[in-house]
Design a binder for this molecule. Structure first.
Ligand SMILES: Cc1cc2nc3c(=O)[nH]c(=O)nc-3n(C[C@H](O)[C@H](O)[C@H](O)COP(=O)(O)OP(=O)(O)OC[C@H]3O[C@@H](n4cnc5c(N)ncnc54)[C@H](O)[C@@H]3O)c2cc1C
Length: 398
């Protein structure tokens, strides 16, 4: 089996790299490379540059503005962007609600929303989880009641990522109170500027404001802001989550982080010996690299199946589990590599333009905030325990 890229694929990688080098603003590149917090306008600016070049939505079909790439090209694109320290594309529009609107939305919704996702004119957020309804999402209590030609939404969402930047949210709410829990749920597209929508920050253990609570108090939306049919929200949510889970494996980023880990381990020494040359640490790095290679091949397998019209199956759950575990192990090994220099924990070190005096090497400053931040990856997108349950039930018949 030849795992090398063909000459055409190598030429494609070179083309992407050259374009990214010419078009990624130096300040944004520096911020991503040094694990700084990105500003909203930096995300939007980068997405617009990609969209202007026709590369705004690598996974979308050409009819909706996708570039028509092969699975391998998409993988190469993701990898080169990570290597070149470009911002990770935000998944909420591109990989979550976008595919749902394509598959189940009305023509009017497709015409209105899809171009705005491409250029990030709309910043979407995901209103699924509620207090007490995370893993057990079907127990959600937010409700939507039809009143004339408007739906009236009441309820609370939580852990809503980057809702502080969003102008629009896709929401699961109960519309049928008699049906089985999964049958009574519908999906809505809600303008966050409407009266009755309130966003409150949640500050997480790493000191970041990444997630929020979102409250809906008698929020009135037009009748046609429902996606597809009433009561089918659970089906659309499952479709959406299978796309979300594949996207969050973040293989390209982990490969870039592995290189960073090796650089740190080659710089740090133990009794004058580079850490990477000590057998204990070397074995850990090698073990992780093997896991990452296996994950990459699983990803390519899934992308190839998708090309033939198959929805992601067990691979989506596997990618979520292994991808998130690898991301966490990377942050743990980096902490281990710098030893005591990982102890100072200063979330301000992630601010662009921060000019505090780092304790130890420059690369050590963001490692503790990153380590804490990455505790989230085995929880969001459906926790890893839930992924294992799905694998056991749906794919192994247990
Ligand atoms: C950083 C972050 C960002 C997020 N962003 C969003 C977002 O933008 N939009 C959104 O809607 N949601 C978001 N979420 C919510 C996320 O989807 C939920 O946190 C997740 O589904 C788990 O739900 P929960 O937090 O209610 O935990 P619970 O469901 O209460 O689970 C608690 C623990 O019990 C385990 N558990 C629960 N049930 C079972 C079971 N049946 N078998 C085995 N173990 C089980 C879980 O694995 C977990 O370890 C985000 C979460 C985080 C941490």
């Amino acid at each position: 089996m030849d795992l090398n890229y063909t000459a055409e694929e190598q030429a494609f990688a070179a083309e992407v790299r050259a374009w990214v080098r010419a078009n990624l603003p130096a300040e944004t590149r520096h911020a991503v490379e040094h694990h700084k917090r990105l500003r909203k306008e930096q995300y939007v600016d980068w997405q617009r540059r990609l969209a202007d070049h026709g590369w705004g939505a690598p996974s979308w079909p050409t009819q909706f503005g996708g570039p028509g790439w092969t699975p391998v090209q998409k993988h190469i694109f993701d990898e080169v962007l990570s290597e070149e320290h470009a911002p990770q594309p935000l998944p909420f529009g591109l990989n979550m609600i976008g595919p749902v609107i394509m598959a189940f939305g009305s023509k009017a919704q497709q015409d209105h929303y899809l171009p705005r996702i491409l250029t990030q004119e709309d910043w979407w957020c995901q209103g699924f989880s509620e207090p007490g309804s995370g893993s057990d999402l079907a127990s959600l209590r937010s409700k939507a009641v039809l009143d004339g030609d408007q739906w009236v939404i009441n309820g609370q969402k939580t852990w809503t990522t980057l809702a502080q930047h969003a102008n629009i949210i896709f929401v699961l709410a109960r519309t049928d109170f008699q049906a089985k829990p999964q049958k009574g749920i519908s999906m809505f597209l809600v303008d966050m500027a409407l009266p009755g929508v309130t966003v409150r920050p949640i500050i997480t253990v790493d000191g970041e404001h990444e997630v929020n609570e979102v409250f809906f108090d008698d929020v009135r939306i037009p009748k046609d802001c429902i996606v597809g049919e009433p009561g089918q929200g659970w089906t659309y949510a499952k479709f959406l989550l299978s796309h979300e889970r594949t996207g969050i494996a973040r293989i390209g980023r982990s490969k870039a982080e592995l290189r960073r880990l090796k650089h740190i381990a080659a710089t740090e020494t133990v009794d004058g010996v580079p850490l990477i040359d000590t057998s204990g640490f070397r074995e850990k790095v090698a073990g992780l690299e093997i896991e990452l290679m296996a994950l990459e091949l699983t990803n390519l397998r899934m992308l190839a199946a998708e090309k033939h019209g198959q929805a992601p199956g067990a691979e989506a759950n596997m990618l979520k589990i292994k991808g998130s575990e690898i991301q966490q192990t990377l942050t743990e090994l980096m902490m281990e590599a710098v030893g005591p220099y990982a102890l100072p924990f200063d979330p301000q070190a992630r601010e662009q333009g921060w000019n505090g005096e780092p304790i130890g090497p420059d690369y050590a400053a963001p490692l503790a905030p990153d380590y804490f931040n990455y505790r989230k990856v085995t929880i969001y997108g459906g926790s890893n325990e839930i992924q294992r349950n799905i694998l056991a039930k749906a794919h192994l018949g247990l």
